[in-house]
Design a protein around this ligand. Sequence first.
Ligand code: ADP
Ligand code: MG
Length: 402
Amino acid sequence: TPTTEFFDSPDRTATAQALAEAFRAAYGTDPEGVWSAPGRVNLIGEHVDYTGGLCLPLALPHRTFVALRPRTDGVVRVRSVQEPDEVAVPLDEVGEGSPEGWAAYVAGVPWALLRKGFEGLALTGGFDALVDGHVPYGSGLSSSAALECAVAVALGELVEAPLDDTGRAGLAGACQLAENVVAGANTGGMDQAASLRCHEGGAILLDTDDDSVAQVPLDLAGAGLALLVVDTRAEHSHAGGEYGARRADVEHAADVLGVPNLRAVPFADLDAALDRLDGDVLRRRVKHAVTEIERVRRTAELLRAGRPAEIGDLLNASHDSLRDDYEVSCRELDLTVDVARAHGALGARMTGGGFGGSAIALVRSQDVAAVADAVAAAFAEQGLTAPRFLSALPSAGADRDL
Ligand code: ADP
Ligand code: MG
């Protein structure tokens, strides 16, 4: 039988303390502080954050930590427990596509904060930083946003930016800019909003049309439920191109329909809108976006009514739409979803951009191990790389630890 590997999140305070100690060993001084930001998983509302849609992400207990100390010479020096190389980047060399590699997610943040109108010595003077990430990389759980947001909340505090929700929305916008321009990843704003604006015990209903956020309660444990995240370990090389192609499809459809984005197409008007589009493919893309936004609304309503066990059908319908109409799933995601459903999951779907990455399954607490074992067994039987599992409890957004 295959082994079922669970990705635990280490104790926050102990990890922060150990990182402060490691910072002293690396740089010979104390850090100014230690900050951390979570990865995220999106409950529902997929591939709609670039067309003004709604999504419902929650912060994972898995966080990325950064110990940081300001400098005054305009240089960012950064190390990561997960990467072998120390990188030193003069801030005046940060810009589009520069620096390359993982340091973009760090050095891009002060650059983007300045571009967004934040001010302060901590944004121009540079800093020394040591990173320790506990969000698995490249699994669709947004280790990139966790890293950016940990740096952003640190620098935000150092320049005395307000850290209320409005202030956090501003930091999130800067982190997205860093990811889009400096790291060169053309993504929407969901990941950074989730990492900065989530609270423990709930998801956020994020309206990507006006950037507003509403807290939505999600007491999984209280309802006897768990959200099992399955990192399929699959990563398909065409994912980036397909992502761009889907964005182009929905932008084209919005142009044809004469609306700013597909959020502007009411669910009740879907059939009329589809009649105005040429071609089965474009119609299916639009159908996904408009129905997915409606599914997010219904999911949020059920959660607000304290009925999380009833969202399973909406999760299932979301996956089927992403698989059949939006065509962003893949064999490993479909297998995970099928096996989870067959072993008692109340609902299951791919989450994140697709073509690999992770799937989620809403399961009764007592069924977590059985569902995970069944998925692991199915992967082994089909000769696929062993998936990894984690349990998502809605956790706190980015903040200071020490
Ligand atoms: P995802 O955000 O889904 O995990 P991405 O490809 O967007 O995947 O981001 C992963 C990249 O973010 C890594 O390849 C690395 O460059 C950077 N990164 C994330 N966490 C860390 C870390 N702890 N240390 C250094 N780089 C990191
Ligand atoms: Mg990412």
